[in-house]
Design a protein around this ligand. Structure first.
Ligand SMILES: [Zn+2]
Length: 407
């Protein structure tokens, strides 16, 4: 695929495609059609996801209505209580949550939700966007199943500009109204097999869903297009290990597609390596590999970069993407990404469009990943041991909220 063909993919998928939505299905069908155009037969595999339709969401601060979006899957109800801004997670700050509607900074992660629940919060407010942006966009958030674990309190998301204003005005009371219909829906992985000579295979993953305001060109149709480019590279070539391409659904909702795939033991029995792409081809920025496998693989990748005149830094770590469920099940995994400086490219908002990407850079990034994949897929013996080092296991424990990160 050349630069122009790749940029066409971003034009064709310039729409929001949240996990479980009809638009996500539309993108899945588009990927199947891209494979068909190359003479390859991909299939769609569905999995269950929690869904919700919001009927009403209101947030009032001292009686004044503030634009908001209700949290999906956070139950229905009305709460009226004193308003409290949780500035830090120290015990003193947390102790003041009791009986209040609590506004927090940043994402509603597992531990912060547990903390405010244990300290008696009745509802929550998060905010996103940026005080210096001209928009007043509000992202559609959800209370994820692995965060609430059955304990739900209602919450809303608001714009950062309004969040600042609440504190300036020293708001005392808040009210949240949330009404929604919750149900089980479907999200999908798109799977394409290029069989090798042996039953063992390498999985290549990239998520194709986006967040609520975003066309997700950089995050992560760039990885999705990357998989198409790699499939195109290999479709006429023989290789010893099989290649299984998985365009993952609902990654932005908590790696749900890769988790669904990895939940089936038979899916991993013959999987020797996972190569994940999450954000490549940006105009600006450096190329990295995040390796959840033996440290030795980092050296191998950097040597290969030197050999092919493709600068890359490889580090042993856990990447917040679809490689992680594989690593957690013992499959050596790595994620490739081109990380742009935040002043030149941001994600999870309406600014993540094809404008962040460059076709020629996409081609160069795909060429390198294809070269690495070829080394592994054509190896007499795949050199990466099928084990996860203890240092990585520890990081998986914190990333997957089994253990709390040290302060
Ligand atoms: Zn992503």
């Amino acid at each position: 695929m050349d630069a122009k063909q790749i940029m066409q993919i971003f034009e064709d998928t310039a729409y929001v495609r949240m996990g479980g939505s009809m638009e996500e299905l539309r993108a899945a069908e588009y990927l199947v059609s891209c494979c068909a155009a190359m003479g390859l037969e991909a299939r769609i595999e569905s999995f269950d996801v929690d869904m919700a339709t919001i009927h009403d969401a209101k947030f009032l601060a001292d009686g004044l209505e503030i634009p908001c979006k209700g949290y999906l899957c956070a139950g229905s109800g009305t709460v009226e209580a004193p308003f409290y801004y949780l500035r830090g997670t120290d015990p003193l700050s947390l102790s003041k949550c009791r009986g209040k509607i609590v506004m927090i900074d940043g994402y509603l992660g597992y531990w912060i939700y547990r903390d405010i629940l244990e300290n008696g919060a009745l509802g929550f407010v998060t905010y996103d966007g940026h005080v210096n942006y001209t928009d007043r966009d509000i992202d559609q958030r959800e209370l994820r199943a692995f965060v609430h674990k059955g304990d739900k309190i209602p919450g809303v998301n608001i714009n950062a500009k309004d969040a600042v204003e609440l504190i300036r005005r020293d708001v005392k009371t808040a009210k949240i109204v949330l009404k929604q219909h919750e149900y089980v829906g479907q999200s999908r992985n798109v799977i394409l097999d290029l069989p090798g000579e042996v039953p063992e295979y390498i999985t290549l993953t990239a998520h194709y869903d986006s967040t609520s305001l975003s066309y997700g060109a950089y995050d992560n149709m760039s990885g999705g297009a990357g998989l198409l480019g790699i499939a195109d590279h290999f479709r006429m070539k023989s290789h010893r290990y099989g290649l299984r391409f998985i365009w993952c659904g609902s990654e932005e909702r908590g790696l749900l597609g890769s988790k669904a795939y990895c939940a089936k033991e038979e899916n991993l029995k013959n999987c020797v390596l996972n190569i994940n792409l999450d954000m490549i081809g940006s105009v600006m920025g450096k190329f990295i590999a995040c390796v959840s496998a033996e440290e030795k693989l980092c050296g191998y990748i950097e040597y290969l970069g030197a050999e092919l005149d493709f600068p890359i830094t490889a580090k042993q770590d856990v990447y917040s993407s679809d490689s992680t469920p594989f690593a957690d099940k013992g499959v050596p995994s790595l994620s490739f990404a081109r990380l742009a400086p935040p002043s030149t490219a941001t994600i999870h908002n309406s600014y993540d469009t094809a404008a962040l990407l460059r076709g020629e850079q996409m081609v160069a990034d795909i060429d390198f990943i294809s070269a690495f994949t070829a080394r592994m897929a054509c190896a007499k013996n795949i050199p990466v041991a099928r084990k996860i080092p203890d240092a990585v296991k520890e990081k998986l424990d914190t990333y997957l909220n089994r253990k709390r990160a040290p302060k």
